[in-house]
Each structure stands twice: as C-alpha cells, then as structure tokens.
Design a protein around this ligand. Structure first.
Ligand SMILES: Nc1ncnc2c1ncn2[C@@H]1O[C@H](COP(=O)(O)OP(=O)(O)OP(=O)(O)O)[C@@H](O)[C@H]1O
Length: 245
C-alpha cells in the first residue's frame, strides 16, 4: 500500500536518511525503531510532506508522489502526529481538532454537531476528560498530545503516523491509544508507529523496521523478534558491552 524506495535526505554534511527502502502493508502496525539520530523523524517528515527527499520515491498504491506539500499528503490519506506537540495555543479544543480540516464533513456541520464530532473522536483516544472550550495552550502537555491525536483521527486517515506519541501519556490514556491503534489496523488503516519503548513495540507491531545511521538495517516480522535481537540490530555495541560487562 505504501512503499518508500531508495529514500535519502541530507542536512548539510549530515546524511539523515540514506537510501531507505521499506514496504508497508495496509491493515498493519509497522514500527520504526532506532537509536537517537538514526533517521526516524526524518522519515516521518518525508512521509508527511514537511520536507522533500533529495533522492528516492514514495509510492501509495503503486503511484509515486513526493514533495514538500503536507496538504497533498493529507489528501492521499496520510495523517501525522509529530513528536513535538503542535496545538494552536490560543484556539479552543474544538477548533484545534477541526483545524485545517476543510473537508465537506466539517463544512456542513452546525455548531452543536462540531461539538458532537469532537466528543466522539476524543472518546476513542482519551480516558481523560477534556474541556472542549478552553484554549488548548492551557492544557497539560499530555492532554495537548491527545488533542493532536484526535485532530489526526477526525480526518479518517488511511495512513496514520504516530511519532513517539505515547511518551507523555499516563497509563490509562496509553492503554486507550493502544486499543485505538489495534482497532484502526483491524479496520484496514496502516499505522506507522515510531517508538523506542520495547514493551509497546513488542505488543503492538506486526512488522518492525530498524534504522541505524539513516540506513535500514532490516525489516522483521513480529514473530521473529525478541528484545535482544532488536537491540542487536539497533545498537550492537551496547549488546556487546552488556555481554562483556
Ligand atoms: N533540520 C536538521 N538540520 C540538521 N540536521 C538535522 C536536522 N534534522 C535532523 N538532523 C540530523 O539528522 C540525523 C537524523 O535525525 P532524526 O531526527 O531523523 O533522527 P531520530 O531517529 O528521529 O532521532 P530522535 O530519536 O532523537 O528523534 C541526526 O544526526 C540529526 O542531528
């Protein structure tokens, strides 16, 4: 459904992504793992149209497209929740969740229906009760993250990219987000999950791609991985130290 071929991105002297080729299947949770600086966020930015690749292709259902055009990516069914929490701080929660969503769905909604749509989408991704009328900037960071997640969900994405979204969340909200991820994948969505938490990666992933220094080390099926194998692929030097330490 989604494929990247030979994708590369350089920032000055730094090669952030170096000829990455990965195939992603619809209806699956595909995790990208790697140490800090391995290129995970660069891949996310390329797949969101925030930056454009120096080389390589992004294909959706076999059709190549790329470039620096987030709206075009959204139109193709991509929605991304970035690592940095991005709310419009002076707009209320309803506006934040419906922000930039120019689809016919929202245009036709009356005021009360907007509130209903937002309540429904929040109930799918948060146990925390969120006041819809306060400015999003006044909410705790974890709640802001849930607002951004709801914003992605309201678009009914076919490809949902979650970059370290669970880091700030409390236990209850993390559990509800896990269930949401599982149910989205069951319904045919591709969930591209970026995390360095071994427990959640092993629990949720169907496939795992490991990046090291901008290169794809390997893509593995969940059945073939163990924590030790993942660590060996991500950071062999750490495993070596442990063996001898
Ligand atoms: N805008 C930028 N300008 C210069 N260098 C950058 C920029 N963005 C990323 N890099 C560099 O590219 C490399 C890959 O960074 P990237 O953020 O993609 O890694 P990451 O795996 O997401 O790391 P982290 O887990 O810390 O978020 C790093 O060496 C980083 O310093």
């Amino acid at each position: 459904m989604l494929e990247v071929r030979n994708l590369s991105k350089r920032y000055g002297e730094t090669v952030a992504l170096d000829g990455a080729s990965i195939s992603f299947a619809a209806g699956s949770v595909h995790t990208i793992m790697g140490e800090n600086g391995s290129g995970k966020s660069t891949l996310v930015k390329l797949l969101s149209g925030v930056v454009s690749p120096d080389q390589g292709e992004i294909l959706v259902n076999g059709e190549a497209f790329s470039g620096r055009d987030p709206i075009a990516f959204q139109a193709k069914g991509f929605a991304t929740v970035f690592q940095e929490v991005l709310v419009a701080p002076d707009r209320n929660v309803i506006d934040n969740i419906l922000l930039g969503y120019e689809g016919p769905f929202v245009r036709r909604l009356a005021r009360s229906a907007r509130r209903g749509a937002v309540t429904e989408v929040l109930s799918r991704c948060a146990r925390t009760v969120i006041d819809l009328d306060v400015d999003a900037g006044s909410l705790p960071l974890a709640t802001q993250q849930l607002v951004v997640l709801a914003r992605a969900l309201v678009r009914k994405p076919r490809i949902l990219i979650l970059d370290e979204v669970t880091a700030a969340l409390d236990f209850n909200d993390r559990e509800i987000v896990f269930s949401l991820i599982e149910s989205l994948a069951r319904d045919g969505c591709l969930v591209l999950f970026i995390s360095h938490r071994m427990d959640e990666v092993l629990r949720l992933s169907d496939r795992i791609t490991i990046l090291r220094s901008g290169k794809v080390v390997e893509t593995l099926d969940r059945a073939d991985v163990s924590p030790e194998r993942l660590l060996e692929k991500m950071a062999p030097e750490i495993l070596e130290e442990r063996r001898h330490g």
